[in-house]
Design a protein around this ligand. Structure first.
Ligand code: NAP
Ligand code: MN
Length: 278
């Protein structure tokens, strides 16, 4: 009999939100994989990250491992209503365990967003977003130039602007009137947040979708306090010179399980529901 050592095992991190139901699911998965020599449970350098909770929890899991995207594959379990980043419901844990044991390393990958913030002292802060990044001004109207590939497209006035990934298109982007984009389309979507449109001020007014390699640049025209969000994180800055947005070189990968449902099925389940006769 050959003795399995840790390097032969799939390294698995389990990360759950605080809901009792999520903790129960995490406990069940933990106990099942702990005694299985094919798996090694660890939070460090995992091959697979199992996120238990909702889409919000998967956003947190993504940020916990955002520097290890080359290696990591995610899988989501939803304890609540169905989500976009989650393939399993809480009552499908046995099926998940079976699928993990049969897993041969297949993955499904989607584009993510790279955000670079340049401060007026020249410092550059970069981050990655799975859903979207926004820039807003709270106290006064935000005035900002919008450039795409260095073409000055628009002078924006309003609350702010959002740049969304394809998988983020069903999140904040959708509330802002953006289109739902299939995640195999490698593109970013720029939407306006409450733009000022009157006889004096004009903006393009519609969302734009830019292809891979296009650079979106937002240059605030007034000094003041800006709020920058990256998924579920919020940052405050007083000295924003410009912010650029482009598709990151890295992608997020999910375990290609038999349960990995069609994007359109998710859209239907989340927003439309069952068809009914009138
Ligand atoms: P939250 O405020 O607790 O939840 C926002 C909601 O968005 C949750 O119901 C979450 O689902 C859902 N969601 C997250 N990603 C999604 C996706 N890709 N497609 C469809 N729905 C999605 O905050 P959170 O859970 O930390 O999530 C942060 C996200 O909230 C941001 O990235 C932004 O997209 C979104 N947001 C939306 C608005 C808006 O629509 N007006 C405003 C601010 C932020 P779960 O319940 O499954 O977690
Ligand atoms: Mn949430």
């Amino acid at each position: 009999m050959t003795q399995m050592n840790y390097t032969d095992s799939t390294r698995v991190a389990i990360i759950a939100n605080g809901k009792p139901q999520s903790r129960r699911v995490a406990d069940r998965i933990f106990k099942a994989l702990r005694d299985d020599p094919d798996f090694y449970l660890t939070k460090r350098n995992p091959d697979i990250v199992i996120s238990i909770g909702g889409d919000g929890m998967l956003l947190s899991a993504f940020h916990a491992y955002e520097k290890e995207l080359e290696r990591v594959r995610f899988v989501g379990v939803h304890t609540g209503h169905l989500g976009f980043y989650t393939d399993y419901r809480d009552f499908e844990v046995e099926e998940l365990l079976r699928n993990l044991r049969e897993d041969r390393g297949e993955k499904v990958s989607y584009p993510i967003l790279k955000v670079s913030l340049t401060l007026s002292d020249g410092r550059i802060v970069t981050s990655r977003a799975l859903n979207e990044a926004t820039i807003k001004r709270l106290e006064k109207t935000m005035v900002a130039d919008v450039l795409v590939n260095h073409v000055l497209l628009d002078r924006f006035r309003g609350d702010g602007l959002a740049v969304s990934t394809p998988t983020g298109s069903t999140a904040y982007n959708k509330s802002l009137g953006g289109a739902v984009l299939h995640p195999t389309i490698e593109a970013l979507q720029l939407t306006e947040i409450a733009s000022l449109n009157n006889r004096v001020y004009r903006t393009l007014g519609s969302p734009i979708i830019v292809p891979k390699k296009d650079l979106i640049e937002i240059v605030p025209k007034r000094v003041g306090a800006y709020v920058l969000t990256v998924d579920n994180k919020t940052y405050h800055h007083r000295n924003v010179q410009r912010v650029t947005y482009e598709i990151d070189q890295a992608k997020i990968s999910f375990v290609a399980t038999p349960r990995h449902t069609s994007f359109w099925q998710r859209v239907k389940d989340a927003f439309v529901g069952e068809e009914h006769e009138i």
